[in-house]
Design a protein around this ligand. Structure first.
Ligand code: V47
Ligand code: SF4
Length: 350
């Protein structure tokens, strides 16, 4: 038993890197889960959040072609697609509280396309929150427009961007990043983009892609770099560990086990003591593993999702959507209180 860590948590002391590594290496998954659930209770009580959301990926054409990504294509390659603003508007229904919009780095689209996309959606659906564009896309917009990060983000905000998702973080270790996604922005730049977003008043999420070629020490490093950012800005709303799916990827391998999924959720909850929410993304974990994660420190199941391409390209066997009743069922049967939220975790009336 790692009594000294339990004692530290009781004294409300922060965990250090050595503690986090010890937790990852600890084989008592139930004791770890108890500690993480106690931390989740301190943050959010029995509440488990979800949102009526729709995922939209405007294009899979991407300049980066990360080795773990089965979703992206090069221009002209079979399976490549691009959606017009009209096609995107046509997909959206009034019933969604949040739109989650991320895509590839298209070699020809201009920054104006993205500004027009956001303002057209906001014009048609003024009450729907738009959570869009990873740090990787924001960096790309800044490059193609010539605007600084601050100007790029401010323009997006002025056109209707409400929040940013946490994608593109992958794993911050420079060596692993070089092998997984050599074309992608560096960890330092990812953190810089999120800091700039927080400074202009845009809340963001953060992710960590795990279960490929990284070590536990790499995961610890990732979590601590996020904790440091959050100490500075307080702009992160949720952290989402992303369970690697190997099918159709160049990276290959087997992906993480269910126990590793639960352990990663639990250690994240304990280390990220300054991040309000830990999300169990059911699309990647599977519905039942995501439900189990609610007893290991997670307090958010993401949402209805509706249309998911990124994980399904890499072999996800989950459905592409859940109804609100199905989500409520999963939460209630875990003994928790379902809370429907908007992008800022405000409770929605039923
Ligand atoms: O950035 C790509 C990851 C991310 C694979 O912020 C893969 O609320 C697993 O960031 N196996 C996009 N993961 C998804 C994402 C996300 C999802 C849900 C909620 C939020 C949020 C963010 O998917 C990418 C990349 O890290 N990804 N390929 C793969 N083979
Ligand atoms: Fe492009 Fe994102 Fe896929 Fe990398 S993970 S290839 S940046 S779409």
């Amino acid at each position: 038993m790692l009594y000294y860590i339990a004692d530290k948590l009781d004294r409300k002391e922060r965990l250090d890197r050595a503690d986090a590594l010890a937790l990852f290496e600890w084989d008592d998954i139930f004791a770890l889960g108890d500690m993480a659930e106690a931390a989740a209770l301190r943050h959010n009580g029995d509440n488990v959040y979800f949102v009526r959301n729709h995922h939209i990926n405007p294009t899979n054409i991407c300049l980066n072609r990360c080795r773990f990504c089965a979703f992206s294509r090069s221009e002209g390659e079979e399976g490549a697609y691009e959606l017009s603003i009209e096609e995107i508007l046509h997909k959206i229904g009034k019933q969604y509280t949040e739109l989650h919009i991320v895509g590839g780095l298209h070699p020809e689209w201009s920054f104006d396309y993205y500004l027009e996309l956001i303002s057209s959606i906001k014009g048609a659906f003024p009450k729907t929150h738009i959570k869009a564009f990873t740090a990787v896309e924001i960096d790309h917009f800044s490059n193609i427009s010539g605007f600084s990060l601050k100007e790029t983000l401010t323009q997006l905000k002025d056109h209707g961007l409400d929040a940013m998702p946490g994608g593109g973080a992958e794993i911050f270790s420079e060596e692993v990043r070089e092998r997984l996604c050599p074309e992608k922005i560096s960890a330092v730049r990812w953190l810089e983009v999120h800091e700039a977003a927080h400074n202009v008043g845009i809340k963001t999420n953060a992710t960590m892609l795990y279960g490929h070629i990284e070590s536990y020490a790499d995961r610890v490093d990732h979590l601590f770099r996020l904790r440091e950012l959050q100490d500075k800005t307080k702009g992160l709303q949720a952290f989402i560990p992303l369970s690697y799916h190997p099918k159709n990827t160049d990276t290959g391998g087997g992906g993480p086990s269910g126990i590793d999924d639960l352990r990663t959720i639990a250690v994240s909850r304990l280390v990220l003591d300054n991040v309000p929410h830990i999300k169990a993304y059911w699309i990647m974990l599977g519905e039942k593993m995501a439900q189990t994660a609610l007893l290991f420190g997670a307090d958010d199941l993401d949402g209805t999702v509706i249309e998911e391409r990124i994980t399904h390209s890499a072999g996800a066997v989950t459905g592409e959507s859940l109804t609100v009743d199905q989500i409520r069922f999963l939460i209630e049967r875990a003994g928790k209180r379902p809370v429907e939220r908007d992008s800022f975790y405000n409770e929605q009336s039923k």
